[in-house]
Design a protein around this ligand. Sequence first.
Ligand SMILES: [Zn+2]
Length: 102
Amino acid sequence: MAAPVPVRIPVAWRHSSRALGGMKQSFPDIVCEQCKKMLARADVEHATHVPPPESLLAAGAVAVPNFGWFCSQECAALYERANGRRIFDRNAAGEVQYYPKP
Ligand SMILES: [Zn+2]
């Protein structure tokens, strides 16, 4: 038998939801990165969100991998403008898009 591995509690389990980088982090609510509107509540117990991400995408919210969410294209554009540069990928229609609409 191998020596017992000490259990390490990941720092991310503490309730700091603003961690950058989308690494292994806690299971935060989904909040618009621009206007801070809450889009979905984290259901930690079931490892899902209410409403689910598919519904958010279908309703026009924008998910950016390793970054976060925007409630709308407007907020994604505002965020870019505030940073003074193009940050996000666009689809052919010029919308910020990483995931196809369900
Ligand atoms: Zn917003």
